[in-house]
Design a protein. Structure first.
Length: 347
């Protein structure tokens, strides 16, 4: 891939770019004072995500401040079920809440035909972001995303966050037809939503499967790898050459099967993954992304430096994107993020 292509896109396309490109999950968020000021101007989090000027501003704040190689669209994985007709609210300190989905008639009632109209503001946001990137940050690529079907289903069935997602696992085991129908709807609409994001200007897309690690190997293959493979194949067919990143959090050794079968170009490693081991499990034709401990970033200093160098040493020589193993923690000093960017870039 030519050197005129953005560094992040080169790495996602299979080039061993060095020093590696860097962006961070939740790089737009509460650790930035400018974000907190912007958030205070909005009525609620859902309206914030659906306010194109403010959502674009939130996306671009870390780019203006740190010059990241990737700008991740400011939105939320639960905007999709909201757009499908489910209620959604966010409570400070408690996270998302939805009316739990437990019956097949609720799955059948999901608004597959009209949901794109409801996410039109998100697509407008993408256009605003691309415009500023083109004018002022020409090396930064825009990443669109969805939550992977299993993880979105977890929140929809449970009605919010959970440690065990017992109701979700109960439905998957006890009412597999209903569960499979929900996964099928989420797979289909994720393809449509990602395609619309790409058409609006996203230059790469990512699937966040935050709760993939809850599943047994058989469940992982069926509910994580299967839907991801369908989404990745459809995106590749509709948008040839579009980079797809998959993040199967807490996959453990199943990361090897995910890399081999899910059809993604780059696999995100979570905090618990040992990059030296993952490097052996995942072929060099598949890129890797990750996986600094967010606590190391919060701590900064020698701890951050030591862990960063260990990851860089493990990943040198293969397609790689530096990131965290999970999102930036709200108490993280912005200066630590700036120091990390300099550290990765060898400054």
């Amino acid at each position: 891939m030519g050197t005129d292509v953005k560094r992040l896109l080169r790495a996602l396309g299979g080039d061993a770019v060095w020093p590696p490109p860097i962006w961070l999950m939740r790089q737009a968020g509460r650790y930035l004072p400018e974000y907190r000021q912007l958030r205070a101007e909005t009525h609620n989090f859902v309206s914030f995500c659906l306010d194109p000027p403010r959502a674009a501003d939130a996306t671009l704040q870390p780019i203006r401040r740190f010059g990241m190689d990737g700008a991740i669209l400011f939105s939320d994985i639960l905007i999709l079920p909201w757009a499908l007709g489910r209620d959604l609210a966010f409570t400070e300190g408690h996270g998302p809440s939805l009316t739990p989905l437990r019956a097949v008639d609720e799955v059948l009632a999901l608004d597959k035909s009209g949901f794109l109209d409801r996410v039109a503001p998100v697509l407008e946001t993408i256009g605003l972001i691309r415009s500023e990137l083109a004018q002022k940050h020409g090396e930064t690529a825009l990443i669109g995303f969805v939550g992977a079907p299993f993880t979105v289903a977890c929140y929809m069935i449970e009605g919010g966050g959970s440690k065990e997602f017992a109701e979700t696992r109960r439905m998957a085991a006890g009412s597999p037809d209903t569960f499979d129908q929900l996964i099928a709807v989420l797979t289909e609409t994720s393809i449509t939503y990602l395609s619309a994001q790409i058409e609006a200007g996203a230059e790469a897309v990512m699937l966040f499967d935050s709760w993939a690690g809850l599943l047994s190997p058989d469940g992982f293959r069926r509910h994580v790898i299967g839907p991801t493979a369908k989404i990745a194949a459809a995106i590749k067919q509709r948008h040839p050459g579009m980079p797809v990143i998959g993040f199967p959090r807490l996959a453990g050794t199943m990361i090897a099967a995910y890399a081999a079968e899910a059809g993604v170009d780059t696999v995100g490693m979570d905090t618990a993954a040992d990059p030296r081991v993952v490097r052996q499990l995942v072929p060099g034709t598949i890129g890797l992304q990750g996986n600094l401990d967010p606590f190391a970033l919060l701590q900064g200093g020698k701890v951050m430096e030591r862990e960063t160098h260990a990851i860089l040493d493990a990943m040198n020589g293969r397609p790689f994107v530096f990131n965290l193993g999970h999102g930036v923690m709200p108490p993280t000093p912005a200066g630590h993020v700036a120091a990390l960017v300099d550290l990765v870039r060898g400054r």
